[in-house]
Design a protein around this ligand. Structure first.
Ligand code: GRF
Length: 202
């Protein structure tokens, strides 16, 4: 399964995907930041990569779509990509864009998820991989990984523990999507022939 990854920063999830590549291959990495360490990771792994300046969103999306036309990916993975894709862009790749987010969605879309979970006195935290729609960190959740919040946890320790779990969750979901076990259609996730009503726990 031809997969492209969009990043903005350090690219540790990209690294985890590159290491795994079971049933899928990473064909291209896009970054909206020139200095993103993830671009170095792509280069070191000899994966094609492009920096696209997103100052003008419409132009950036058009340029990206043009490049994607020649790559023809089966799946686009947003792994720490800090831009919100337009409805028009998403419509070009229906049911084929996923995002990883460090919270148990639908709780805590957006930033500072670890601190917000702590402030709310949550007992559980984790990360989610979901199909992307036009809203921020929104769309059917495919799978989640859970962690217990301990009394001694801080935003930093939670971030560390969550990230470690993300590195397993994301390759797992991409691997599942590459297999026949999961299909996405009309903004629904079908797992083993049934519409998924609860995220898969990983
Ligand atoms: C991850 O926590 C991911 O869930 C969020 O952004 C972070 C990206 O980290 N969307 P990295 O660039 O993959 O290291």
């Amino acid at each position: 399964m031809k997969t492209v990854v969009f990043i903005s920063g350090r690219g540790s999830n990209l690294q985890a995907l590159l290491k795994d590549q079971s049933g899928y291959e990473i064909n291209h990495v896009f970054s909206d930041r020139k200095s993103a360490y993830g671009l170095e990771i792509a280069k070191k792994s000899a994966v094609n990569n492009s920096y696209i300046n997103w100052k003008n969103k419409q132009q950036a999306e058009n340029r990206t779509l043009k490049l994607l036309e020649s790559i023809r990916p089966d799946l686009i993975v947003l792994a720490g990509f800090m831009q919100i894709l337009s409805t028009k862009f998403i419509a070009c790749y229906p049911d084929s864009i996923i995002n990883i987010h460090p919270s148990l969605l639908p709780a805590y879309p957006g930033l500072n998820t670890h601190q917000r979970a702590l402030d709310a006195g949550e007992l559980m935290h984790g990360a989610s991989v979901h199909l992307v729609d036009e809203k921020l960190d929104h769309g059917p959740v495919i799978a989640q990984t859970l962690i217990n919040i301990l009394n001694k946890d801080t935003a930093e320790t939670l971030a560390e523990k969550t990230l470690e779990k993300e590195h397993k969750l994301l390759p797992f979901v991409v691997g599942l999507m590459a297999s026949d076990n999961i299909q996405c259609s009309k903004n629904r996730v079908i797992f083993n022939g049934q519409t998924l009503t609860q995220p898969i726990t990983y």
